[in-house]
Ligand binder design. Structure first.
Ligand code: ATP
Ligand code: ZN
Length: 224
C-alpha cells in the first residue's frame, strides 16, 4: 500500500535523532516534534516522519513499508545479513552516506591479554549485539568462535565471566578503557546513511526524493 506522502523513518530518540532532524530542517522540511507521536507531518511538503527505534528502520525499508530511512550502516548491514539468512527481502538503495553517526564496530579483549591476530580468538566466546557481522568477519578469516548475544552492557561481559571478548561500537574508546578492555580488530567503520526502499515509486515521489537529496548534498558540502 503506497500513500501519496513520502514516508521517512528516523530514530525517535538516540544518537542519530537530533542530527537527523537538523539535517531535514536544513533541507527545508518544516515540522514540529511534540509529544510521543509515531508520525509527524511536515507542514510545507508532502512528507511524513516516522519516529521509531533504529533497529526497526532497515526492516521498514526492506519490506517497502516506508520510502526513505536514516540509519547507521552497522545496524543496516547486521539486519541485512540476518534477513538474508532467513530468506527475507533485504534489498535497499543507499542514496548517500551522511556526515554524522560515525563509529566503528570493534573487537576488544582484556587489556593485559596478548594478541597477535584473529587466530587468537579461536574457540573464544564473543559478546555482541552484532552476531552476523562478527560471523562474517570471522568466517572470512577461518576462525571458529561462539557468541553471547547481548542487547546492552556488552562491555561488562568479560568481567562478568560471560565472554572472553566483545564486539561493540566504539567512538572514543573511553568505555573500553573504563572496562579494562583494548581494541584489537576493527570489523566495520560506520556512519549514518540515507537509504531508499526498492519499491515502485510514483514520479512525484521520486522527484521529491531527488529534490531532497540535492538539498542534502548542498547542506553537507557547505559544512565540509
Ligand atoms: P534505539 O532506542 O533507537 O534502539 P539504540 O540504543 O539502539 O537506540 P543509539 O545508542 O542511539 O542506539 O545509537 C544509534 C546509532 O548511533 C548506532 O547504531 C551507531 O550507528 C551510531 N553511533 C555513533 N557513535 C556511537 C557510539 N559511540 N556508540 C553507539 N552507537 C554509536
Ligand atoms: Zn537500537
Amino acid at each position: 500500500m503506497q500513500t501519496p506522502r513520502l514516508r521517512i523513518a528516523i530514530q525517535k530518540k538516540g544518537r542519530l535523532s537530533k542530527e537527523c532532524q537538523n539535517l531535514l530542517k536544513q533541507c527545508g522540511v518544516k515540522f514540529n516534534m511534540v509529544g510521543e507521536r509515531l508520525v509527524v507531518h511536515a507542514e510545507n511538503m508532502p512528507i511524513d516522519l516516522l519516529l521509531v527505534r533504529d533497529d526497526d528502520i532497515p526492516g521498514l525499508i526492506m519490506d517497502g513499508v516506508v520510502d526513505l530511512g536514516v540509519i547507521g550502516e552497522n545496524e543496516l548491514e547486521e539486519v541485512g545479513l540476518e534477513r538474508i539468512a532467513r530468506n527475507e527481502p533485504a534489498d535497499y538503495k543507499k542514496l548517500r552516506r551522511l556526515d554524522f553517526g560515525g563509529c566503528r564496530l570493534s573487537i576488544a579483549i582484556d587489556k593485559d591479554a596478548k594478541y597477535n591476530g584473529p587466530q587468537d580468538l579461536q574457540g573464544k566466546r564473543i559478546a555482541t549485539t552484532y552476531p552476523q557481522l562478527v560471523k562474517r568477519y570471522m568466517d572470512e578469516r577461518g576462525v571458529k568462535f561462539s557468541t553471547c548475544m547481548l542487547n546492552g552492557s556488552v562491555e561488562v561481559a568479560p568481567r562478568a565471566g560471560l565472554a572472553d571478548a566483545i564486539c561493540d561500537l566504539v567512538s572514543t574508546g573511553a568505555t573500553l578503557e573504563a572496562n579494562g578492555l583494548k581494541e584489537v580488530e576493527v570489523i566495520l567503520r560506520s556512519k549514518a546513511a540515507l537509504i531508499q526502499a526498492k519499491i515502485p515509486m510514483s514520479a512525484e515521489k521520486q522527484a521529491l526524493i531527488d529534490r531532497l537529496l540535492t538539498r542534502m548534498q548542498g547542506v553537507i558540502q557547505a559544512k565540509e
